[in-house]
Design a protein around this ligand. Structure first.
Ligand code: AMP
Length: 280
């Protein structure tokens, strides 16, 4: 595996692979890799000729009160994990090269970025859309692999790729969970043992919703109320939102009709976690 830090060098590498007729699979990450990330890398390797993983903790998607500075980082560990998988390139750009002092340009989706996650994190998707656009211009992938774990991000980026006619196929991969059901996340390291147990309330309420729908429940409000009371029964948990939403435009649904996504964000202590399921 080669590590590329320079933006132009990354572009030149991709251009050379394209000239050879090779397809490029790309996995954007913020590093501190876990099995969820690695499943994306495996997918990229199986579906394209060469794979590129980026590791960049993107400052523009964090609000000033969020965890940019303390976001977990371990370059050597990530590099070893990617080497084991046979990944071709680890792109590790410098913050100042990505966003020089005179940086001006942002990519914004309008309404979709204001819903759900956007209510608590109003500038988040502006940062995500901007960095992913930049990374796609640099890496020039044929396919970009992202996790369903960030379901609103997937919907917004899919819209952005269509709207801006970007010639990249977005491939969404399933959520990888710990054995007890907790969705894997780099932020799980923040949880102390007590919080780690309490965090199961996210997956439990997702599974509860799935079960209610399987039993024939059609009323979104009934499902939301039952999920809410489960979350409220956990003293360390504080609900941010529960969304029963249309997967394309993220609008809330009132009557259950597949396909639909059920997503939620919950604070466990001060740690904010998300989870979701797609009902087909
Ligand atoms: P991050 O490093 O958190 O920005 O995540 C990079 C990519 O990994 C995103 O496409 C995430 O959706 C994906 N991802 C994060 N957690 C998981 C997981 N538990 N299962 C599958 N994909 C994940």
């Amino acid at each position: 595996m080669i590590v590329i830090k320079d933006i132009q060098e990354m572009q030149q590498w991709s251009t050379a692979r394209k000239k050879e007729g090779k397809t490029i699979g790309f996995v954007p990450t913020m590093g501190y890799l876990h099995s969820g990330h690695l499943s994306l890398v495996k997918a990229a390797r199986s579906k394209s000729d060469v794979s590129v993983v980026s590791s960049f903790v993107n400052p523009t998607q964090f609000a000033p009160n969020e965890d940019y500075d303390r976001y977990p980082r371990d370059f050597d560990r990530d590099k070893n994990l990617l080497e084991t998988l046979g990944n071709d390139v680890l792109f590790f750009p410098d913050r100042n090269a990505m966003y020089p002092l005179d940086y001006e340009t942002f990519v914004v989706t309008e309404k979709m970025a204001t819903l759900w996650e956007g209510k608590t994190r109003p500038t988040h998707f502006r940062g995500v859309c901007t960095v992913v656009t930049k990374l796609m211009m640099i890496v020039q992938p044929d396919k970009m692999h992202m996790g369903q774990k960030d379901i609103q991000q997937c919907a917004i980026l899919r819209r952005m790729i269509i709207d801006l006619n970007i010639p990249v196929e977005l491939v969404i991969e399933p959520i990888i969970r710990e054995i007890d059901g907790l969705a894997m996340s780099s932020r799980n390291v923040y949880l102390n043992p007590e919080e780690r147990k309490a965090a199961l309330v996210l997956s439990h309420s997702i599974f509860l919703a799935e079960q209610l729908i399987q039993q024939g429940e059609k009323d979104a409000q009934v499902i939301i109320a039952k999920m809410k009371s489960l979350i409220e029964s956990e003293p360390l948990a504080r609900l941010d939102y529960i969304a029963l939403m249309n997967m394309d435009n993220l609008e809330p649904v009132s009557v259950i009709k597949s396909p639909l996504a059920i997503a939620l964000a919950v604070y466990i202590g001060i740690i904010r976690l998300i989870d979701n399921v797609i009902i087909r």
